[in-house]
Ligand binder design. Structure first.
Ligand SMILES: *Cc1c(COP(=O)(O)O)cnc(C)c1O
Length: 374
């Protein structure tokens, strides 16, 4: 069995350090908003090349609190993509605003900047580009549109920690960048965690208050906040892992290049397009194939882990039925949801495993074609 991700293999390389760091937290008696969370915030600010970061308890809360800090709520519209994890639009719904979907560029799976302006109305307040699979969005075009229309930008970088666009870290272009430390992310905790990055001190102070019951000073509450703090155990674990992140991302890029080589002569397999001037961190390695669902099942039967991110686009989910954005509204999004399949991708993956994955995938596609021919 070749899994899509193998967290145990990574643990084998850093486990003793993690256990030591966790035990130190347990013995310290300081479990919330302690020295590890603080140190992680500054270590990540340096890694990301951003002025401030604020630790939170999930990527979903990062998105939610970014919208709150920008005073986006009832009656407002937020432009985003339907080709993403539901947390992106869930956050928009939590604050009472309305998601407005724009189709993707089928080369990168990311929001098509050339289609954003047509979706802007007098109620539009913000754009949430999602750097899906670790591939940066076209941030110069998006920031240009935002400036011209006076819109806020919240970057969903939950799959893209350390990715860059024209040399600049994603998450630092807009007002906020959102990170998730869900265990399977490129920098994963051993529980839930998230973080907001920002260059504005005012916005940082607002998030610091919002994450802790709406007040910067204990027992002084200025507005309705939430309980969304990154705990000390997760922060300590992330601090052990952070020094490895750069090389782990490099490993992923190496694996992606090797997959690309293995599939170079297969007309049936569309490999990821890495846009010019970007540094993609391959949270997923996602290809487009024919007979996707049949091939997915065959791969599973043969012990190759593969996943569909995401099988149903967000505009066609029941939760968004009320928007009235029906089938046919987002042609590229809908088409690609039926073609994409993500293959095993994690730093510790071996070339032999990649050979097996590639050979099996190619065989399964051939078999699916002859099965459908009879
Ligand atoms: C993982 C993820 C989130 C949510 O992060 P959580 O920490 O699980 O709340 C949001 N957006 C995208 C694109 C993600 O991949």
């Amino acid at each position: 069995m070749i899994p899509i991700i193998d967290s145990k293999r990574q643990y084998a390389t850093i486990g003793s350090e993690v256990e030591k760091a966790v035990c130190e937290v347990l013995r310290s008696g300081s479990y919330i908003l302690g020295p590890n969370a603080k140190a992680l915030e500054s270590e990540l600010a340096e890694f990301l090349n951003v002025k401030y970061t604020v630790g939170l308890n999930s990527g979903t809360d990062a998105l939610h609190l970014a919208l709150r800090a920008l005073d986006i709520g009832a009656g407002d519209e937020v432009i985003t993509t339907a080709f993403t994890f539901v947390a992106t639009t869930e956050a928009i719904g939590i604050v009472g605003a309305k998601p407005v979907f724009v189709d993707i560029n089928p080369d990168t799976f990311n929001i098509d900047p050339d289609k954003i302006e047509a979706a802007i109305t007098p109620r539009t307040k913000a754009i949430i580009p999602v750097h899906l699979y670790g591939q940066p969005c076209e941030m110069d075009k998006i920031m240009d549109i935002a400036k011209r229309h006076n819109l806020r930008v919240i970057e969903d970088c939950c799959q893209a920690i350390g990715a860059t666009y024209k040399g600049q870290t994603v998450g630092t272009f807009g007002d906020f960048g959102c990170l998730s430390f869900y265990p399977t992310k490129n920098l994963g905790a051993m529980g839930d965690g998230g973080l907001l990055m920002m260059n504005s001190e005012t916005l940082r102070d607002r998030v610091v208050a919002l994450r802790n019951h709406g007040g910067a000073v204990r027992y002084h509450h200025d507005e309705i906040g939430v309980n969304s703090r990154l705990d000390e155990i997760q922060a300590a674990i992330l601090r052990v892992k952070l020094p490895h992140l750069k090389s782990w991302n490099e490993q992923r890029r190496k694996h992606a290049a090797y997959y690309n080589k293995l599939f170079a002569n297969c007309a049936d397999i569309v490999t990821p397009v890495e846009a010019a001037d970007t540094y993609c961190i391959y949270h997923q390695y996602t290809v487009k194939i024919p007979n996707r669902d049949a091939v997915h099942q065959m791969l599973r039967d043969r012990g190759v882990g593969a996943m569909l991110y995401y099988p149903i686009p967000l505009h066609l989910q029941k939760v968004h039925e009320y928007l009235g954005v029906g089938k046919g509204s987002l042609p590229h999004t809908e088409k690609d949801t039926e073609l994409v399949i993500s293959l095993p991708m994690f730093p510790e993956l071996t070339e032999e495993e990649q050979d097996t994955v590639a050979k099996t995938l190619i065989e399964c596609i051939e078999k699916s074609k002859s099965a459908l021919a009879v």
